[in-house]
Design a protein around this ligand. Structure first.
Ligand SMILES: [Zn+2]
Ligand SMILES: [Zn+2]
Length: 154
């Protein structure tokens, strides 16, 4: 499992391999030390049961979507189709636009799910079993505030 831990101070994403993760990492940007307690299930890439950064047990699942990639496909498609449209071949223009949208859809659907910690936004990628539900705004609101208070007290 690959973990992208979030620095509580500067919000930098810190990549860690769960299988041989240290017990303490240091943020490369602001130098804050972040203790990690990785559970056995996380280390073995089976289930995300406890967050190694904040020890929270509440997660949601979302698509591992790269918005930049999707946008590039759509923009290139739109530009190419505009060129054809301008030269009077609108049928070609429409089909290019349609295939750009289709490529976007296929790329998006092929992406894997990743698990995110509600409290500290640490991300988990791997072949483990997805158990968490989709994002819930109310839960996020409650748990993020709880975590912010906890971090501020440290
Ligand atoms: Zn930092
Ligand atoms: Zn967390």
């Amino acid at each position: 499992m690959q973990i992208a831990a979030r620095c509580p101070k500067c919000n930098a994403a810190l990549p860690i391999a769960a299988a041989d993760a240290p017990t303490l990492i240091k943020c490369g940007r602001c130098g804050r030390e972040i203790p990690l307690s990785i559970s056995d299930l996380v280390r073995e890439d089976r289930i995300v049961d406890r967050c190694p950064v904040c020890s929270g047990g509440d997660f949601y699942v979302r698509k591992d979507f790269n918005p930049q990639l999707g946008l590039t496909v759509v923009v290139i498609g739109a530009l190419t189709s505009a060129a054809f449209y301008w030269s009077g071949r609108d049928l070609v223009a429409y089909s290019i636009l349609a295939s750009a949208a289709l490529i976007d859809l296929v790329v998006y659907r092929r992406l894997n799910d990743l698990t995110v910690c509600y409290r500290c936004h640490t991300e988990f990628r791997g072949g483990y079993e997805r158990r968490a539900d989709a994002f819930d705004l109310h839960t996020a609101d409650v748990l993020e505030k709880e975590y912010e208070r906890k971090v501020a007290r440290r």
